[in-house]
Design a protein around this ligand. Structure first.
Ligand code: FES
Length: 182
């Protein structure tokens, strides 16, 4: 029996009847108004790194891996919580974004085992590779998920889920809704 992974668009579908046209990494896409940048990107085949977003939950912008740049706007908003507006031009890749994502990812890896039980299916390590981090981690790796924060936390009941770090976004969604300290 094989597991069929359905595509995850990152945020739920917008119910708006209005349409807007946006450009993401040079690709034009028409989506309903109020669609998140992340979802619009996924609909035109652009994959933005994410750990806390899934199309099964309202976005809450916790992991900060999905940052993007928007023409004419300052800052780097999270694409899962920022809605598209008509004519918006968005970049999902740049040196600045790579640097930001790698910095955030290094902090997450410092609280994650280097060789976790899940191996190649580990979502954390998968995203680390996606943002360009392989075996480099300035802050070291956690020995186990039950050390430090996890051990002293009221989240011990969900340690089993954390240890799993499956290839779906679900474990991180559960954990990040309890605390941003992971
Ligand atoms: S996926 Fe957007 S903040 Fe986590």
């Amino acid at each position: 029996m094989s597991l069929i992974m359905e595509p995850d668009f990152g945020t739920p579908k917008s119910k708006s009847k209005e349409s807007v046209t946006v450009e993401i990494d040079g690709k034009s896409v028409v989506v309903p108004a109020d669609t998140s940048i992340m979802r619009a990107a996924a609909e035109c085949g652009v994959d933005i790194p994410k750990l806390c977003a899934t199309d099964r939950l309202k976005a809450f912008g916790s992991c900060r891996l999905c940052v993007v740049e928007i023409d004419g706007r300052k800052g780097t908003p999270s694409s899962c919580t920022a809605p598209v507006t008509d004519g918006m031009k968005i970049s999902t890749r740049s040196e600045k974004l790579d640097r930001l994502r790698q910095g955030v990812m290094e902090l997450y890896l410092s609280d994650h085992p280097e060789n976790c039980e899940v191996g190649d299916a580990c979502q954390v390590h998968g995203v680390a590779k996606k943002v360009g981090l392989t075996d480099i981690c300035r802050f070291g790796f956690a020995l186990t998920h039950t050390s430090g924060f996890w051990k002293s936390s009221s989240l011990s009941s969900v340690n089993t889920i954390a240890n799993c770090c499956s290839s779906t976004a679900t474990p991180f969604n559960i954990l990040t809704q309890y605390s941003r300290s992971w």
